[in-house]
Design a protein around this ligand. Structure first.
Ligand SMILES: Nc1ncnc2c1ncn2[C@@H]1O[C@H](COP(=O)(O)OP(=O)(O)OP(=O)(O)O)[C@@H](O)[C@H]1O
Ligand SMILES: [Mg+2]
Length: 245
């Protein structure tokens, strides 16, 4: 399974979705962050043709990958996918996270339109509705985007594929923390806090307890969102193909 996580908009949760929703649920997958590709060769952020060539070649050599495309590279990537005709076929599915703000919904529409223009069929483009507050109906929060899709069904939009706003992502940002492992952590923090000497030590443990509780709360939501993406049937297809060959 090869996934690209993409949106013209910054800050919609591409990296969060790639790292915490997709990567842990795709067996054997590795993550590639396009913003960091050859970042040390002095060419800055822009995704050059040579780097794209290298990415395409690399994609041929791996089975499962999640490619996180930083917003600053999306335009370049789209241009290159147009130039290297058919290269979008290297990705099984394009995952497009979006958030309720109107500007982001409009950018999301532009992203979907661009993918459709490249020739990616609706069945290979799936939305993730991110940062939907509790009690908010996604159908209302994403009215603009969903109205567009009702007219032009160029992507799959299942509002069950939603993630609430949760401070855990901020808390563990930049670390390699695995939320599932964190949720499974059976450390008796209450006992450790009782035994700890001093407020600083107690507070550090209390923070770890809070993070574990947040993780335990968010993992079922991530599982449900992933199931709603419907990628599992794509895996089944892949497994069948592997068994036949
Ligand atoms: N569901 C969520 N709840 C709370 N915070 C979130 C959620 N999703 C993302 N965030 C936070 O929003 C910010 C932007 O998320 P992220 O870095 O994943 O976006 P991005 O689309 O990858 O941005 P960029 O285009 O800059 O790469 C981060 O601080 C992240 O922790
Ligand atoms: Mg990012």
């Amino acid at each position: 399974m090869k996934l690209a996580v993409i949106n013209f908009s910054g800050n919609v949760g591409k990296t969060t979705v790639a790292r915490h929703l997709l990567l842990p649920r795709i067996p054997g997958a590795e993550m590639i962050a396009v913003e960091s590709l050859n970042a040390d060769d002095g060419q800055g952020q822009a995704l050059r043709g040579r780097q794209f060539g290298a990415l395409q070649e690399y994609l041929q050599t791996v089975d499962s990958v999640v490619v996180d495309i930083g917003a600053s590279n999306v335009e370049d990537l789209m241009t290159l996918m147009r130039r290297y005709r058919g290269s979008h076929d290297d990705f099984d599915v394009f995952i497009v996270p979006t958030v309720p703000a109107l500007k982001q919904q409009q950018d999301t529409i532009a992203t979907l339109a661009e993918l459709a223009q490249l020739g990616v069929p609706a069945s290979r483009i799936r939305l993730v509705f991110n940062m939907v507050e509790d009690g908010v109906d996604p159908a209302q929060a994403f009215e603009t985007l969903l109205a567009f899709l009702a007219e032009q069904p160029i992507a799959l939009a299942n509002t069950a594929c939603r993630l609430g706003a949760n401070e855990i992502y901020e808390r563990i940002k930049g670390s390699e923390t695995d939320l599932q492992a964190l949720a499974r952590d059976e450390t008796d923090y209450k006992a450790l806090i009782a035994r700890a000497e001093g407020a600083v030590a107690k507070l550090a443990l209390a923070q770890r307890l809070a993070v574990r509780r947040l993780a335990a709360g968010v993992v079922p939501e991530l599982d449900a969102c992933f199931a709603a993406l419907g990628l599992a049937s794509s895996f089944a297809g892949q497994a069948d193909a592997a068994a036949e060959s």
